[in-house]
Design a protein around this ligand. Structure first.
Ligand code: DSN
Length: 484
């Protein structure tokens, strides 16, 4: 009998082509959208600092029947029967997370970074507010409290303080700001950066902490291009009796890859660390909490405290991604992210672009586009027209506020995954400068200049977009996947 003909496609191509065929049989428009998304991502010069490209193994680990399982509870202690395989993947995700980050405890259930932060906030409240109240009342659980004690405890939950980095200095909305539930739960105060240097001002932070005496000191950022010294952060937290929580969502990949070590590795210094798994860590979209032994039992109450049922298919993908991050080559990837970020910053600086803090030590660069006479919104739109995907971002003391902004945040995790290096970063810096130099603010209808609209010669945009496409063609995205 003749051997079946070998598939002309790689294993990865066969897997994704087959999956799309199955989906196409039910709702072809979804299959088409998935196919188009790959085409779009292949053509974009993706500089969004919080995005990346997960591996085929991570993507495939998410698309299966684990999606159908309910598994409230923790490993080995579920509220549903039939969870032995979910236990396996959740335990693996936690084991890999502990190994990669050197953490005492890991909780892999949060669905996102916001959820991970909520778990952390309520773990601290459980440890520092609820547990003492239960002990004082001589009961084991909240249901056993008298109505009076329960009312007092509920008031105490809402009467605690948080100190976090200000939004315009690069902090995150979930670090106690009013539009997010964290700002409604906690009385919040912010610390910021030195107006002269743009760098974190630890002396001012210490003074604010001494005066404000927060229960939680939050460190971590989504738009600060420098390192944070977590040893100093812990000293300040200890001095004022605060729990140190670090949100490392943006730089978790740099911690996993051992680029951030010693004082700059949050895990040995913080009481509790949260992260997303999809940014520089390059896993599936999701969250993760790491903590010391004292907080472990409180963190494990995340579901049902603030989380819906865990997503076992995503926990499976987290386990795969963390296994990838444990490999020695991930260290090379993490270092290349920072090398590329520095090259991008240097390429911009030598062309006269203003950067917040004058450079970068991590995966992101924050451009002050006011030097080009633009708002962040205008710059973002002009770059998009030119095939460069970024996001606008407030800069310290931003005169244009959080909507129009004066900044553009760019980051290198995604393009580094594609294999681009410092030479390409220099060229990309040139493309960015060409677009921003060629863009002007459009006149406003009532006179003056618009903050929203811009003018850019279509020929310049087309030329840059073509060069970006040519550059990317040399670094194929998912080279093993052929859907044609
Ligand atoms: N959306 C993420 C970011 O872009 O930084 C964090 O919320």
């Amino acid at each position: 009998m003749a051997e079946p003909a070998a598939s002309p496609y790689s294993t990865e191509s066969v897997a994704f082509r087959s999956a799309l065929d199955v989906i196409r049989g039910v709702e072809p428009r979804v299959a088409d959208a998935i196919t188009q998304e790959l085409a779009d991502q292949r053509e974009m010069l993706k500089l969004i600092a919080s995005e990346n490209y997960a591996s085929p193994a991570v993507l495939l680990a998410m698309g299966n029947w684990f999606s159908d399982k309910y598994a409230e509870g923790t490993v080995g202690r579920r509220f549903y029967a039939g969870c032995r395989n979910v236990d396996t993947v959740e335990a693996l995700a936690a084991e890999h997370a502990r190994g990669v980050f050197g953490a005492a405890h890991a909780y892999a259930q949060p669905h996102s970074g916001i959820d991970a932060n909520l778990v952390a906030f309520w773990a601290v409240l459980s440890q520092r507010v609820e547990s003492p109240a239960l002990a004082k009342a001589g009961v084991r659980q909240v249901n056993d409290l008298s109505e009076e004690d329960w009312a007092r405890l509920r008031a105490d939950f809402g009467n605690q303080r948080m100190l976090g980095m200000s939004l315009d200095a690069g902090g995150h909305l979930t670090h106690g700001f009013r539009p997010n539930i964290s700002g409604k739960m906690f009385e919040q105060r912010s610390y910021g950066t030195d107006p002269a240097t743009g760098l974190l001002d630890y002396d001012a932070l210490r003074a604010t902490a001494r005066e404000f005496r927060p229960m939680i000191l939050v460190a971590g950022y989504s738009a600060y291009p420098r390192l944070v010294n977590f040893r100093i952060m812990r000293e300040i937290a200890d001095e004022v009796g605060a729990t140190l929580m670090v949100d490392m969502a943006h730089f978790a990949g740099l911690v996993a890859g051992k680029v951030l070590t010693g004082d700059f590795d949050p895990v040995p210094h913080a009481n509790i660390v949260t992260t997303t798994t999809h940014k520089s860590l390059r896993g599936p979209r999701g969250g993760l909490v790491l903590c010391d032994e004292e907080l472990a039992e409180h963190v494990d109450r995340g579901c049902p405290m603030v989380l819906g049922g865990p997503l076992p298919h995503v926990m499976a993908a987290k386990a795969v991604a963390l296994a990838e991050a444990a490999r020695p080559e991930f260290g090379g990837y993490a270092q290349a992210i920072v090398d590329n970020s520095r090259a991008l910053a240097e390429g911009l600086l030598k062309r006269g672009t203003r950067l917040v803090t004058g450079g970068t030590d991590n995966h992101l660069v924050l451009i002050d586009v006011s030097g080009y006479g633009l708002t962040g919104r205008q710059a973002e739109a002009a770059l998009l027209e030119s095939g460069i995907v970024t996001n606008r971002n407030a800069i310290p003391q931003d005169p244009n506020g959080a909507w129009y902004t004066s900044g553009i945040r760019i980051g290198t995790p995604a393009l580094t995954t594609r294999g681009l290096g410092p030479a390409e970063m220099d060229e990309i810096a040139g493309l960015i400068d060409t677009v921003l130099s060629g863009t002007t603010a459009a006149p406003a209808p009532k006179g003056g200049l618009s903050k929203a609209h811009h003018v850019l010669d279509a020929a310049v945009a087309d030329q840059v977009a073509q060069r970006a496409a040519d550059l990317l063609a040399g670094f194929p995205l998912y080279p093993g996947i052929d859907l044609s």
